[in-house]
Design a protein around this ligand. Sequence first.
Ligand code: ATP
Ligand code: MG
Length: 608
Amino acid sequence: MLRFVGGLVRPYRGTLLAILAAMLLETAMSLATPWPLKIILDNVVEDHKLAPWLRHLIGPLLDSGARLHVAALAAASFVIIALIGAVASYLDNYYTESVGQWVAHDLRVRTYHHLQRLSLGYYNTHETGTILSTITADIQTIQGFASSSTLDILVDLLTIVCMLGLMFWLNWDFTLIALAVTPFLLLFVSRFKKAVKKATHEVRKEQSEILAVVQQGLESMQVVKAFGQEQNQEDLLAGVSHATVAAALKARSIKSLLSPVVTITVALCTAVVLWRGAALILHGAMTIGELTVYLAYLAKFFKPVKDLATTTNAVAQAAVGAERIRTILDTNETIPEKPDGLAPETLGGAIEFKHVAFGYDSAVPILKDVSFKIEPGQFVGLVGPTGSGKSTILSLIPRFYDVQSGAVYVDGRDVRDYLLKPLRDQIGYVLQDTLLFHGTILENIAFGRPHASQEEVVAAARLAHADEFISRMPLGYQTMVGERGCTLSGGQRQRIGIARVMVRNSPILILDEPTAALDSESEKLVIDALERLMKGRTVIMIAHRLSTIRNADQIIVISGGMVAEHGTHDALMALHGVYASLHRTQFDAEPSRVRVESVLPVLGSGSV
Ligand code: ATP
Ligand code: MG
């Protein structure tokens, strides 16, 4: 943990040294504060013996009878001490915050950089809410720690040691009596620390629970409403919120103990000092000035003790935070890249699967032995029952996942021989459901090529038959789409997804049911658009509606984790196999759908 934080603050060690210097200066000034008063009380008002170091400074003045000059000097030094202390405190405050903020910044950027490189497999098994709370709340705790805690502890310890030293130097046996209760206080503080740590842990846990509940609830608002689960969601939140309040109050009830206990201890010590001090002064064994210094130090003495207790709390929090951040940073679930990987300018577009086996969980094979070959420029249809692994096959080409055995070749080279970015740059991917970002339609289409010109974006939208509905919108291409594109219909989203790929102009196109969300009218338009786009490119398209891929150069039928059959539509029909029977069911289903549709208006006027 210390090594980790040490590594984080290393770039700022110059600033840290300056902060340390400022803190030491602050401490020294705080120690010096009661001394001018002591000089006035003991040497100006009274006439006690001067300490040797003081004799050089003010001895001659006192001897010449200019006592008020000494008083003025002492008063002025009081102001100077306060001034130096104030400047040091300002610098300390500003620069500790600055180090904390920049460390948090570095850590956020580093963690997010790492998260961007983790494979999809990581996201399949980790909760977004937890990752979210790590990159926000946990980094926040590190910020608090990195900025001040370590140095605070050093300075606190130093202050205590210095004060004790000065107090013993002034009057050691008196100091022993005055501080007789401190061992009990220290015992209490160490017990206190443990209890606080445990309670804080509990609070953090409940807080991240709140985040998880709210995040899930807000993300699935439509489902919640559709199933009338609003009350349930509210109850869920109320439950975890209740638990947070309970945990926070418990933590507070423990934390609140510290201040009164310290106050009472201080009062006890002060009482002893006042009582014994008065006796000593009467016996001439102590000066009033010394007693003043004592009282001033006693009041200050317990602040570092208090601080020590709270900083250990910050240390405990930061330790928890650092652990959680490191579980992300230490995750190696990335798709490995060869250092001398290929970075082709353009690809021809030949794709081949050779005996590919793959499963998201290695114990559950999805693809058992998949082999097929696609020539550059071919249009290939991929069909098969739902859940048979079609989307999975496509995701192996841009290496979202790596095969478990066998290999995927692009242009005759194993995809693992390429660097990831150049490979993926050559592939246009229309996902089964198009995800849009909060932003304008223009930005969303240009997502895969941020520097595309407005003309290129509009041209792509025209090809995807998206321009019609976009230009009908009041703000056109500048229309904002909501989070995940929720202000657009499924079909509109899909067409934006296609436009997005068209802008990229890549030699390999992967389309996962691009027309699933479209009516047959728009489907015709989109297929027409795709056919324009397909020229000179390799296209693999998953389609449930077999009519979409009737003209494909090759149709690959997936079933049971293998390629069941492949060939052109006519060849497969002649085979009377899986494809032919799929085709028959769809063909038979069509008339029945027509029947249902013709009945619907009748129902609509009545009970539905
Ligand atoms: P559909 O036609 O419904 O889109 P598909 O043929 O595209 O189906 P895949 O999405 O490839 O099917 O899924 C194949 C199998 O892999 C399914 O059994 C599914 O449960 C499983 N699967 C899909 N995605 C994941 C994932 N991210 N993690 C674990 N298992 C997955
Ligand atoms: Mg699929």
